[in-house]
Design a protein around this ligand. Structure first.
Ligand SMILES: C[S@@+](CC[C@H](N)C(=O)[O-])C[C@H]1O[C@@H](n2cnc3c(N)ncnc32)[C@H](O)[C@@H]1O
Length: 454
């Protein structure tokens, strides 16, 4: 028989490890889990609690998350929020990301994955062209739910709110169950993460276009929930959208977020910051002996990795060498200053003669106005440096957009091989915020769409 004091201590430890607030959750279930976990380690309940109070033992935290978390979810849960996503959030974010053609969405507390796949389906439906990179991340602490999510296969009950037309288009029968369409599965990745722990890799500033964090905050203590909300807000792009569960509220004036009401639902948008150039009293520039051109370049590269284009541009305002000028050109293109980006590319060629990266940059600029010119520039870049994967990839995507699958395959196949060895810096400069793995996945998916089985 478990004593009330042991149960209370167990709850205190769950709070410390998983950020959970003691709820009216079934006390008998909690007691059963305590006994079972203690027995699994050959310990008495008291010994188990003592061990759990010590630092480390993350594997056991994961076991507890698995045994005790509440995981109820289904596809297109709260349809009003998906309507706002479809009609407002995605069109606005697609317009904002037109220069980069990248959209990132995240389901925080994704459970068995229905929410992440619902986001993926909506993102695929909204995708303006095949060269857009879409990425959905699902995060949860519950390993068993994540394993289920990775199967992408669900019982009909999970689709109880899925309209018939969506069911037909985005699911295929798999025995008695339904499997999510490959196109949507391909853009989703699941990560195990205890959200009560620090996770800087998840919360890079300005990273996400859309965040869903629904039916999780209510299980967390106020301190853990507040910290998570701060991370969510900071990692939203300016103008990015945040959707919470119907019982979660951030009050009427949350920091850095605008609040919107639509029918029965509330949602949030990250406020636009005033442009850095117009901010008063910028920090004085570092003295020459404090930081050199190399440090500035590394700093700008780091900021570019985090999609902080305006900040990186600030660092690269007076490029001192060829690679700094290339970086500035890339950042200008990323922030929509295409004419200036072209000037930077031409200056690069004036300084150093034929320059594959400068031609690639010109290609990126021309994709906005003339696909033929863009293709010509990419060809030149690939000719000047046969090991350069990025122009091959872009050429493949251009051909795909044009409906020329044979032409696309001729570029995508070498791109796929070259990506393995592509220079890391070029991936940061030209990968639109995506790493080698995501670009390789894109390349493979496009080849498959062209009918090439690998
Ligand atoms: C009720 S489900 C919500 C599913 C989905 N977001 C929805 O609204 O349909 C809550 C999820 O939060 C997860 N969760 C609870 N505490 C967590 C923590 N500390 N870290 C990560 N995930 C956690 C649980 O494992 C569970 O899968």
């Amino acid at each position: 028989m478990i004593r009330g004091a042991d149960l209370a201590r167990f709850w205190e430890l769950l709070q410390r490890r998983l950020g959970w607030t003691a709820t009216d959750q079934d006390g008998a279930q909690t007691a059963t889990v305590l006994s079972a976990r203690a027995a699994a380690h050959g310990l008495s309940e008291r010994e188990y609690l003592n061990r759990l109070a010590e630092p480390g033992w993350d594997g056991e935290t994961a076991e507890l998350a698995e045994a005790l978390s509440i995981t109820e979810t289904y596809f297109f849960r709260h349809s009003d929020q998906f309507r706002i996503l479809r009609d407002q959030a995605l069109p606005a974010r697609i317009a904002a990301r037109a220069g980069q053609r990248v959209l990132r969405l995240i389901s925080v507390g994704c459970s068995s994955g229905e929410e992440a796949y619902s986001l993926a389906i909506e993102a695929c439906r909204a995708r303006p062209g095949s060269d857009w990179i879409l990425a959905v991340t699902g995060v949860d602490a519950n390993r068993r739910m994540l394993a289920k999510a990775r199967t992408a296969t669900y019982a009909g009950w999970s689709l109880r709110e899925t309209p018939d037309d969506m069911r037909r288009r985005w699911f295929r029968p798999a025995g008695d169950e339904f499997r999510v369409a490959d196109e949507a599965v391909a853009i989703v990745q699941f990560l195990e993460q205890n959200l009560a722990d620090e996770a800087p890799h998840l919360w890079q500033p300005g990273r996400y276009d859309v965040i869903f964090c629904r039916n999780l905050l209510m299980y967390l203590t106020p301190a853990v929930a507040d910290r998570l909300i701060r991370h969510l807000t900071d990692s939203l792009a300016e103008g990015g959208y945040l959707f919470l569960g119907h019982t979660d509220s951030l009050g009427s004036d949350p920091d850095d977020l605008e609040v919107f009401h639509d029918g029965g639902t509330v949602y949030y948008r990250r406020a636009q910051q005033p442009r850095r150039e117009s901010r008063p009293a910028p920090a004085p520039p570092p003295r020459q002996n404090e930081t050199g051109a190399g440090d500035d370049y590394e700093r700008a590269l780091g900021l570019l990795r985090d999609d902080r284009f305006a900040d990186a541009l600030d660092v690269m305002r007076a490029p001192s060498g060829v690679r700094e000028l290339l970086m500035r050109g890339v950042l200008l293109a990323q922030t929509g200053r295409v004419e200036e980006a072209r000037d930077a590319a031409h200056r690069l060629m004036d300084i150093g003669g034929p320059h594959p990266d400068a031609h690639h940059l010109l290609g990126v600029c021309h994709e906005l106005d003339c696909a033929e010119q863009a293709a010509g520039q990419y060809r030149l870049a690939a000719y000047l440096d046969p090991a350069f994967a990025m122009p091959r990839l872009r050429l493949g995507l251009l051909f795909r957009r044009r409906g020329d699958d044979r032409g696309a395959v001729a570029h995508l196949q070498p791109a796929l091989e070259l990506l393995v060895r592509e220079d890391e810096e070029r991936i940061v400069l030209f990968g639109g915020g995506f790493g080698r793995l995501a670009l390789t996945t894109l390349c493979r998916a496009e080849l498959e769409a062209c009918g090439v089985r690998r």
